[in-house]
Each structure stands twice: as C-alpha cells, then as structure tokens.
Design a protein around this ligand. Structure first.
Ligand code: NAP
Length: 437
C-alpha cells in the first residue's frame, strides 16, 4: 500500500484541518504520513494567539486539533522555522506534497502620516500581545490615557476594542497573558472609539459579534441611532437586503436602542470616518479623520475633518502573509492557483492561500478542496529520506509529546487559579516545560 509523505508548514487551524482532510482521504490504496512544522514551541496558531480570550468557546476546537495530532502517522516538529532553521528547498524533495499553512501575520498599513509614532500599533501586534505570543510580549501598549481609537470595521477591530473596553475583572478568568492582564487592570482607558471608513451597512463585523455588545456588563456601547436609521434606508434603497446585512442592520438597531447604563467604560462606533493623519510630538496625541458620506451608493470624502485626542491607535485593517525564504508572496498571499503553487509540489491552505478572510471553520472546506488537488497530482511516492537528517543536531524540537507536556502544564497552572490555562510566554521556559533541556 503506497504511503505518501506530506509536510504541513504551520500548526494553526489551516494546518490541522489539512492534516484532518488527509487523514479522512486515506483508503486501502493510499495512506499519508504527515509531518507538521511550526516555528513556535506552542501550537494552534490563531486559536491560541488570535481568538479573543473572552471567547473561550471558539478555542474548544483545539480538542479536535489534538485528536488529529494523536494519529500514529502524524509527527510534530515544533520550534522549527522554515526559511531559517530549514530551507524549503530541503523540505520539498523529501515529501510528496508540502502545504504552506503559514497564515498572514503582518498587519496591513494605513499608509498615513504619523502611523509609525509610538502608540500607533497594528492589531497584528496588539492581539498577540494580549494573547501571550512569545514574540510580542515586549510590545509597548500605552494605556495611560483615557481614550483609545481602533481603526477598522471588522471582527478583529471589534476584538481589540472589546479587550480595551471591558472591565478587566471580566478577563480574570480567561487565558489573557498575565502581563497583559496586569496592564489592563492598571489601564486608564475608559472610552474606546471604533472607526469605520464606510457606513454601518458596509461593516465587516458579523452579527453574532454585534449581538453580544448590548450584553456587556460594565461597558456602554454607543452608536448614533440616526446613523443606524440612515444605514437602513441606504441599504433598502440599494435593492434587496441580503441575509447577512439584514442580520447586521437588526443588530445595529438593538445596539442603538439599548439603554445606556451610565458605565464609566464605553465603546463608541464612528462610521464614515476615514483616518487621514496621526499627529503627535514623539508619540501619538491625536488622530485626524476625514468625514465621508454616501452619495449615489458611493462613499465619498466631504472634505471635512475632525480629530480625536488619544495616546493609543490600533489599526485592524487586515493582514498580509509574511515573507518566507523560497516562497513567492503577491498581494499579501502566497502566489497560488486554487491552492497549487504552480510548477512545484507546494500547496497552500488558509489565509496564506486566500488572504485574511473567513472564520476558523472556513479552513476546513478550504483544506478539503486543496487535499483533493494534492491527491489528483500524486505520482509514485517520493524516496527522499527522512527530514530528521537535516535538522541540526541539538536543535530543540518540540514534538507532540513535548507539546502535550507544555499544554498540560499550562492547563494545570490555570486550573489552580480558576483560569483555562496560564500561558507561558517565554520561549526558553516553554522548551523547559516541554522537557527540551
Ligand atoms: P476584515 O473583516 O476584512 O475587516 C477589515 C476592515 O478594515 C474593514 O472594515 C475595512 O474597511 C477596513 N479597512 C481596510 N483598509 C482600511 C483603511 N486603509 N482605512 C480604514 N479602514 C480600512 O478583517 P479582520 O477584521 O482583520 O478579520 C479577518 C477575518 O477574521 C474576517 O473574516 C473575520 O470575520 C475573522 N475573524 C472572526 C472573528 C470571530 O468570528 N469572532 C474574530 C476575529 C476575526 P472596508 O470594508 O471599507 O475596506
């Protein structure tokens, strides 16, 4: 029975769902030996370092990941970075297929003056900071002012705004990184603005995220009722309102109608607000917004501006794929056709393939589609030898057993204090927990 070897690069949702699709595609004729590579000593990608800590249910998919990883034909090579520790050229000849599931970890730039000032951060820094990603523990997040501005009208912007606007006691029983939690407890931020450059009817938020806002216990959520009404009218004037938009418009109405409790903390939506400039003397002090309007269905600049004083601006306007040696990235994605990197035995799944869109589950069907192409392309199994020979002697590889030890240890520390886990954020300590002395 031929066994094909597949390397999966990246231990996030796209990686695990690719492994699962390969496992599910096995027959009496074909089996797969799967090697998963991950640059961090910790697994699960955005499920660990992206999903907001106050959304623990979304993280339960990690149980599925661990079941996938328990298969005897699955090997984990954590703490190995492709392009740094091993080159892609060393991987490809040893595998029948190599699947890049490396996501898009870099924040898109606003491209406006002042964006580089201290206090102007990308969600690509802020989110992994509060989620305890080892590479982002030292991000400086100024929480001493009373106001924060989040730019973008997508679910990542919403996560960032919520994390800033929640009463930190609501995060005590979550897996928020301890250092970030301590910073949130000391935070002076009481007002968080979320600014979308188009109208509420154009926002990329999804309705479950909007519907949870009126339920926040210690935060008033504010949107101008007239703005919501105008969005309703524009949406209906434009033709039939599709289901997703109707659900969002209804959610907006509920938010606008929800009585304000007079909490000290608030989260306020500003729409038709296009960021023009971030100003400040050596640090962020103010954001200038251009006022847009919707004219004949198009969003246009009115020429008017207004400003919000703040020390903290977080732009959550999408992501691009990082550069990986030997891999071509174009328009923020790995260059591919339906997941195939043409002329190679490389494939791609997830955000690296299609750009930063969709929820965790979207990667499941994406992975199945690409695995079908992999199977279509299979020839005779490659005899390229085992990858272990190119991993330098003494390199601390986090294999599945090490990762299970790290995971169990974090969960045990958390359980002792009523949290799902306490994340270790230091690479050396993680390796120690994994038994990689
Ligand atoms: P997104 O949904 O694509 O939203 C990006 C937002 O940034 C849009 O509102 C976009 O506005 C705005 N934007 C882009 N360029 C801009 C600029 N130059 N100036 C001002 N605004 C700009 O991206 P995301 O929030 O990063 O989310 C990525 C994916 O992850 C989405 O599919 C999301 O649903 C998913 N996600 C899901 C959850 C969840 O299920 N709870 C949580 C987090 C993320 P325009 O529309 O005007 O371009």
């Amino acid at each position: 029975m031929p066994q094909y070897k597949v390397a999966i690069i990246g231990a996030g949702p796209a990686g695990y769902f690719t492994a699962q699709a390969l496992q599910n595609a096995q027959t009496d004729e074909i089996t797969f030996a799967i090697d998963m590579f991950e640059r961090l000593p910790t697994m699960w990608g955005l499920v660990r370092s992206g999903v907001a800590p106050d959304h623990p249910k979304i993280k339960t998919v990690s149980k599925v990941f661990e079941k996938i990883a328990s298969d005897p034909n699955f090997r984990l090579f954590g703490n190995i970075e492709i392009g740094t520790d091993i080159d892609i050229e060393e991987i490809c000849p040893r595998y029948d297929a190599v699947v890049m599931c490396t996501g898009s970890s870099e924040g898109k730039k606003l491209g406006i003056p002042g964006e580089e000032l201290p206090g102007s951060l990308s969600a690509a820094e802020f989110v992994p900071w509060y989620n305890g990603h080892p590479d982002y523990v030292d991000v400086q997040v100024p929480l001493d002012g009373d106001t924060a501005v989040v730019i973008g009208a997508g679910n990542v912007a919403m996560d960032c705004a919520r994390m800033l606007a929640l009463d930190p006691s609501e995060l005590d029983a979550t897996d928020t990184a301890l250092s970030a939690l301590a910073a949130f407890h000391k935070s002076n931020i009481r007002k968080v603005y979320i600014a979308g450059r188009r109208g509420p009817e154009h926002a990329a938020f999804t309705s479950p995220e909007l519907r949870e806002l009126p339920k926040l216990e210690h935060t008033d959520v504010v949107i101008d009722a007239q703005e919501v009404e105008a969005a309703h009218q524009r949406a209906h004037a434009a033709g039939e309102v599709e289901k997703h938009l109707a659900a969002n418009l209804e959610a907006w109405r509920l938010i606008a109608e929800h009585p304000r409790a007079g909490h000290a903390r608030s989260m306020e939506f500003h729409f038709l607000a296009a960021p023009k400039e971030i100003k400040g003397n050596g640090k962020v002090e103010e954001v200038i917004f251009g006022v847009n309007e919707v004219k004949d269905g198009k969003v246009v600049d009115t020429g008017k501006t207004y400003s919000i004083k703040t020390n903290l601006v977080i732009s959550a306007i999408g992501y691009t794929s990082p550069h990986i040696k030997g891999i071509s990235v174009r328009d923020g994605k790995i260059e591919n056709k339906d997941g195939r990197v043409l002329g190679t035995n490389i494939y791609t799944v997830g955000w690296a393939k299609r750009g930063p869109s969709g929820v965790i589950g979207t990667n499941k069907s994406d992975a199945s589609d690409v695995v079908a192409l992999i199977i279509e392309d299979l020839g005779e199994p490659k005899q390229g030898g085992d990858i272990s020979v190119v991993i330098s002697h003494g390199h601390k590889v986090v294999d599945q057993q090490s990762w299970v030890r790290i995971n169990s240890s974090e969960v045990a520390s958390g359980e002792a204090v009523g949290k799902p886990r306490i994340k270790e954020v230091n690479r050396d300590k993680l390796l120690h927990l994994g038994g990689n002395e």
